[in-house]
Design a protein around this ligand. Structure first.
Ligand SMILES: C[S@@+](CC[C@H](N)C(=O)[O-])C[C@H]1O[C@@H](n2cnc3c(N)ncnc32)[C@H](O)[C@@H]1O
Length: 251
């Protein structure tokens, strides 16, 4: 019954209508609710945010950690760092001691764990789009979160990132990019695969220069393309290996 209900409210035809009238969040609400997540103590901090430790997932995750660290050292002009959707704080540990860390997340339970993982970080519970921050940042990043931002809010997100960055600040976004035509039609609003072209447009239109836009696992450039036909795990839509990293600088 629940499956039928979800199929009726979330499919590529009707989703165009929800997006058009700005109600795509309504569909998402019925499917993933991070705010109400119950932390499972029998699992690791990584499993609780949805990622296993199997070899292929771990390799892809390790590669994102490395790229995040390198990107901060290479591009950031300052030490004020914000993690949008920090979950259990697993990526906030990637920064040098001199960095001043802030994390935001919808889930109180995940943030409680993040406090143990990165005790020095300031952690704020709530939706990044509606949170108020005391000051601006030099480096804003987000890993595996954009898929939970509905299409009608993507531009709001890029605009808010711009607002919260200092001059020439950097944004680093890892997201599961579109690999099929179905994704381009938003066949599943509970887990959106944005096209690399759409992501670039959102940030360029909000006042960013693209620094780089590559496949997060093998480094191929994805700049300007609609979807990536070469996928590592075509059977597994939500594989961490089928992701992109967009790095952009505020103009
Ligand atoms: C798959 S988890 C990733 C957590 C962490 N970035 C990581 O990779 O370990 C997605 C996280 O995004 C958070 N999230 C989703 N939408 C958000 C929003 N609008 N504002 C803040 N956090 C959000 C969820 O609460 C969840 O913890």
């Amino acid at each position: 019954m629940k499956r039928l209900f979800l199929f009726l409210i979330n499919n590529r035809c009707i989703n165009q209508f929800w997006i058009l009238i700005g109600k795509d969040n309504f569909v998402k609400k019925y499917q993933s609710n991070w705010a109400k997540l119950k932390y499972d103590e029998s699992k690791s901090t990584q499993e609780n945010v949805g990622f296993s430790h199997n070899k292929e997932t771990q390799e892809a995750i390790d590669s994102v950690h490395k790229q995040l660290q390198a990107s901060y050292l290479e591009h950031s002009n300052g030490n004020q760092v914000l993690d949008i959707g920090c979950g259990t704080g697993l990526y906030l540990v990637d920064f040098p001691d001199s960095a001043v860390l802030t994390g935001t997340d919808l889930s109180q339970e995940l943030l409680k764990k993040a406090k143990n993982v990165v005790p020095k970080a300031k952690l704020l519970e709530g939706d990044f789009l509606s949170l108020n921050f005391d000051s601006n940042f030099d480096f804003i990043f987000s890993i595996s979160v954009i898929e939970y931002v509905p299409p009608s809010k993507l531009n709001r997100l890029s605009q808010k990132v711009k607002l919260m960055l200092n001059a020439e600040g950097i944004v680093f976004i890892q997201y599961p990019h579109a690999t099929t035509n179905e994704h381009l039609y938003y066949s599943d609003l509970s887990y959106v695969h944005y096209s690399p072209r759409k992501m670039e447009k959102a940030f360029v239109n909000s006042g960013f220069d693209i620094v780089s836009h590559v496949h997060s696992f093998d480094g191929r450039t994805l700049s300007g393309i609609k979807k990536d036909d070469k996928t590592y795990d075509p059977e597994k839509e939500k594989s961490f290996r089928n992701g992109a990293i967009l790095i952009a600088r505020k103009k």
